[in-house]
Design a protein around this ligand. Structure first.
Ligand code: GLU
Length: 311
């Protein structure tokens, strides 16, 4: 089996990213599989290479090693999404050949018009405004604005049984809408890139935060259209700051720049494992020491709030 870490280096990694890498690493190592590290730096302005370098160094410091990826190499030419755009382009062309892709000229303001239904994650269910433009209308609009590209989705239910969270499904047209494959500035969308890469890298198990649970039906639909085999998906609960907010890269005290000055890697991992249910106390443990007690059954299914003063 092959698992992966797929961090976006838009800042220094925080406790939520570390928990993600730890869980993915433990799951792979317990099964004797391989770990791939892929750097999700599609948004190259927000993800400069020095952040990725720092992230790789932080993962080495934590002792969460990988078998394929930056530094160690592997069969792929590059493990940085910013250097893999030809593959995304080829997948896009496959979808275009099926007649499923159309240009969308809507502005951000139009997309967020008050009447648009919003998903729980704040994203907008696309109203389909540009779905039926004629060739003449497209040509006219294209003179004023570069279009984004969207995938036409059917009113079908796509679901799966998550390895930790259980069954989950969505009606693609109603709950999600025609989704972006490429932005108007040419940047490929996460949904397309992640499917192309996980398939190309032979990933058989995806471990990631529950904030991506609702991306999975879209990704399964892309696997189907591209004739690729989907991996097993395991989503785990999110870590919340002591005040109940979702952790973000702006939470400096949860970032490694602060934690590395005060704690050892085993202290960081041991405390995270305690929060995630597979370390009986907050005592320091290395990844290897956590392997014996790691069990998905022990990991909570509700969001985990970090107690004040634990880190
Ligand atoms: N790059 C994404 C993130 O950092 C993770 C994508 C995934 O695991 O599918 O949140």
């Amino acid at each position: 089996m092959v698992g992966r870490f797929a961090p976006s280096p838009s800042g220094r990694i925080h406790l939520g990213n570390i928990l993600c890498c730890l869980l993915a690493w433990l799951s792979v190592r317990q099964q004797g599989g391989e770990v791939v590290l892929r750097i999700e730096d599609l948004d190259s302005a927000r993800c400069p290479r020095r952040y990725a370098d720092q992230m790789e160094e932080d993962l080495w410091w934590l002792g969460l090693d990988w078998d394929q990826g930056p530094v160690v190499g592997g069969p792929e030419e590059s493990y940085y999404q910013s250097e893999r755009t030809e593959l995304y382009q080829a997948a896009l062309e496959k979808l275009e050949e099926k007649g499923l892709v159309y240009p969308c000229f809507c502005t951000r303001a139009e997309l967020h018009a008050a009447s648009a239904p919003h998903r729980e994650d704040g994203q907008v269910v696309y109203a389909g405004t540009c779905r039926h433009l004629t060739a003449a209308e497209i040509a006219k609009k294209a003179k004023r604005r570069a279009p984004a590209l969207r995938l036409r989705v059917p009113g079908e239910t796509w679901g799966f049984t998550d390895g930790h969270m259980g069954p989950y499904s969505e009606d693609l047209a109603r709950d999600c809408g025609d989704f972006l494959l490429r932005r108007s500035d040419g940047m490929f969308a996460y949904q397309l890139a992640v499917v192309v890469d996980d398939a190309a890298m032979g990933v058989t198990e995806v471990v990631r935060g529950a904030d991506l649970l609702d991306s999975t039906p879209r990704q399964l639909y892309l696997y189907h259209l591209l004739g690729l085999t989907p991996p097993k998906f395991i989503h785990f609960p999110l870590l919340l700051a002591p005040d109940g907010r979702r952790l973000s890269k702006r939470d400096a005290d949860a970032g490694l720049e602060v934690l590395r000055d005060r704690l050892t890697a085993a202290e960081v991992l041991g405390r995270l494992a305690y929060l995630a249910g597979f370390n009986s106390s907050a005592e320091p443990k290395t990844g290897a020491q956590l392997l014996a007690d790691f069990d998905w059954e022990k990991v909570p299914r509700e969001d985990i709030r970090i107690p004040e003063g634990l880190f």
